[in-house]
Design a protein around this ligand. Structure first.
Ligand SMILES: C[S@@+](CC[C@H](N)C(=O)[O-])C[C@H]1O[C@@H](n2cnc3c(N)ncnc32)[C@H](O)[C@@H]1O
Length: 226
């Protein structure tokens, strides 16, 4: 489908210091304009550069297969969902891609997208209503909006990963895969202990497309059992 590394590298774009633009916005804009994954995402029609993270995770762990049901938590703007639809091919195979996000997600053909808070029970029930016989894969790229207080931000991220894991336990079929964004050197030890009871193999991976300066990485749990 898509190569895992950007194939093109445009010349570096330099910005004149714009009057009225904060230094942080200036840095963000400079990074966006010079990021090969941003350019590659645009060229390939992906909604986000995050699409390449899922492609790279899948190149290593091969969990995206035609006909499966996949749940995408924190799906906006839809890069992962696009990759999942391409691989699962729901229209031809009867597979499903179900996504949820707090933010509105622009409709994507062959994906079922919900706007809502995954932490709320009724939203999780909505997801369950859309999948009839469980899911083979649950992926979570959810990130809490940071408030700048390291301890609080850390706890909020752990809470999202924990809830994603609890939900995965309820919906995954035997042998299923759970992938979640985690921070600060890996999965929280308590959560990891719980996960080990339900998965045959647990690995961590920081895809190449994940920015070096970002503390994010992904926990990849394979071989679900009750
Ligand atoms: C890094 S973005 C996901 C990018 C996405 N994987 C893609 O490929 O386009 C993280 C998303 O998690 C969502 N999020 C955070 N907390 C959430 C929650 N409680 N329920 C649903 N979505 C949540 C945010 O709104 C944000 O859009």
């Amino acid at each position: 489908m898509t190569s895992i590394k950007p194939t093109m590298r445009a010349k570096s774009v330099f910005l004149k210091t714009a009057r009225g633009r904060k230094p942080s916005s200036q840095r963000w804009l400079h990074r966006q304009l010079n990021d090969p994954y941003v350019q590659e995402a645009r060229a390939k029609g992906f909604r986000s550069r995050a699409a390449f993270k899922l492609i790279q995770l899948n190149e290593k762990f091969h969990f995206l297969k035609p006909g499966i049901t996949l749940i995408d938590l924190g799906a906006a703007p839809g890069g992962w969902a696009q990759v999942a639809v391409q691989k699962i091919n729901p229209r031809q195979t009867g597979g499903k891609v179900v996504g949820i996000d707090l933010l509105e997600i622009e409709p994507l053909s062959d994906a079922l997208l919900i706007q809502g808070d995954f932490l709320e029970l009724d939203q999780r029930q909505k997801i369950k209503a859309l999948i009839n016989e469980g899911a083979q894969v649950v992926i979570s790229d959810m990130a809490a909006s940071t408030i700048g207080h390291a301890g609080t931000d850390h706890l909020r991220t752990i809470a999202l990963a924990e809830m994603a894991f609890q939900f995965a336990k309820e919906v995954l079929t035997s042998g299923g895969t759970f992938i979640s964004k985690v921070f600060q050197g890996g999965t929280d030890p308590e959560l990891l202990k719980l996960m080990k009871r339900h998965f045959k193999t647990i690995k961590h991976m920081k895809p190449q497309a994940s920015r070096k300066e970002s503390p994010e990485m992904y926990v990849v749990a394979l071989g679900f059992h009750q």
